[in-house]
Write a protein that binds this ligand. Structure first.
Ligand SMILES: Nc1ncnc2c1ncn2[C@@H]1O[C@H](COP(=O)(O)OP(=O)(O)OP(=O)(O)O)[C@@H](O)[C@H]1O
Length: 367
């Protein structure tokens, strides 16, 4: 594929800006180690500051006001590997095609390197994986936040699937949380666009992350939209149990059993309280947890045909949130750039709390 030719066509009306290699090197202090945000299968991600919205490629950028903002720059590990080139091209196509509020935004691209460098919006509040497994997260103390995160991720996936895009690597480490703890799905390096007349992609090489991979994809190599549904089910289990999907627990007979299998039998046997790892605040919340667990178990069906679609999942999750009672005395810690910490006690609904967080964020930028 001639990237500059085909990618150029795709970029023309996307509003994506073209950066030079020198601009991106300057933005990251020449890819200084201290700027590194993380590393994935295809490359490393660096934090940088850059001016976006000035001129840019195509008419979409004309007349935009230039802003100096923080960005996350994705740089390939090895610019000569053909597979890597494909991964970056797929990621680029997918992100441009899928402009959704819960999908990480692509600001720009650098075409001077053999494999393009990708410039994303910088997402402040780490990954869901880190919130669940690596830190004492204040945001996950509230069931409503867990539920909201699940709903936002489901809506983003539903939208992607409606455009026939398979993400291919859904996991909590690819669910980023922004300054208001809203979901931003990232890492489209393994994503695939299926043609309207097809329902799957035959993979020559299994890609994905251990613990999240659809068992049907593993055995017959067919990646489908339902493969994302399975992986989403695993994320729901993580949100409910706080266990990593590859971990085991000891069952009543003293044998180690994988958390996913154990979770499914707990849902079937009505022993969910053995695996759920947080205190539900009310009877109402217990019921909501049970409903989400049942949805998770359906997503995790071994047979992809029996799994719900993401549209059905989103439809079933959304009313749970609406029926929930107002959150009271929920503590949220907001860390501001200046390192000052503000503790907010929100005696209001989740929506009001989210507005409160946006307001604080705005205030912090003025300090
Ligand atoms: N837009 C972003 N804003 C802030 N941090 C980001 C952003 N994108 C990625 N990161 C950070 O960089 C890390 C690496 O991201 P990347 O998408 O390359 O790979 P991954 O999802 O961790 O791994 P793999 O591609 O192997 O599945 C992420 O775990 C995250 O911590």
């Amino acid at each position: 594929m001639n990237f500059k030719k085909n990618g150029g066509k795709l970029l023309k009306h996307s509003g994506v800006q073209i950066f030079t290699e020198a601009e991106l090197a300057k933005a990251t202090n020449n890819y200084d180690e201290s700027k590194k945000l993380g590393e994935g299968g295809f490359g490393s991600v660096y934090k940088g500051r850059i001016v976006v919205g000035e001129g840019g490629f195509g008419s979409a950028n004309k007349g935009r006001i230039a802003v100096d903002i923080e960005v996350a720059i994705k740089k390939p590990k090895d610019v000569h590997k053909p597979l890597m080139k494909k991964g970056f091209q797929d990621e680029l196509k997918t992100v441009i095609l899928k402009n959704h509020e819960n999908v990480v935004k692509l600001y720009g691209i650098c075409l001077e390197t053999r494999i393009p460098l990708l410039v994303y919006e910088y997402i402040l509040n780490d990954t869901l994986f880190e919130h669940i497994h690596l830190k004492a997260s204040t945001i996950l103390r509230s069931w409503k936040n867990r539920l909201r995160i699940a709903i936002e991720a489901a809506l983003a996936l539903k939208e992607m699937h409606s455009s026939k895009i398979i993400h291919g690597n859904i996991k909590s480490a690819n669910i980023l949380l922004d300054q208001n703890y809203l979901v931003k799905i990232s890492d489209f390096g393994t994503s695939l666009l299926i043609s309207p007349e097809h329902s799957h992609i035959i993979a020559t090489e299994i890609e994905g992350t251990l613990g999240y991979i659809d068992p049907e994809y593993l055995t017959i190599g067919k990646l489908t939209i339902e493969s994302d549904v399975y992986s989403f089910g695993v994320v729901l289990v993580e949100l409910l149990t706080e266990k990593k999907p590859t971990s085991s627990i000891t069952n009543k007979s003293g044998e180690p059993i994988n958390i996913i299998s154990h979770f499914i039998s707990s849902v079937k046997n009505g022993t969910l309280s053995d695996v759920v790892n947080f205190e539900a605040a009310s009877e109402d919340e217990i019921k909501q947890v049970e409903t989400v667990a049942e949805i998770a178990a359906k997503c995790l069906d071994q047979s992809r045909r029996k799994r719900p679609t993401m549209s059905e999942v989103a439809q079933q999750l959304a009313p749970i949130n609406q029926s929930s009672t107002v959150a009271r005395n929920t503590e949220v810690t907001v860390t501001i750039d200046t390192s000052a910490e503000i503790l907010v006690t929100a005696e209001a609904s989740e929506h009001a709390m989210s507005s409160c967080l946006s307001w604080l964020d705005l205030a912090s930028s003025c300090i």
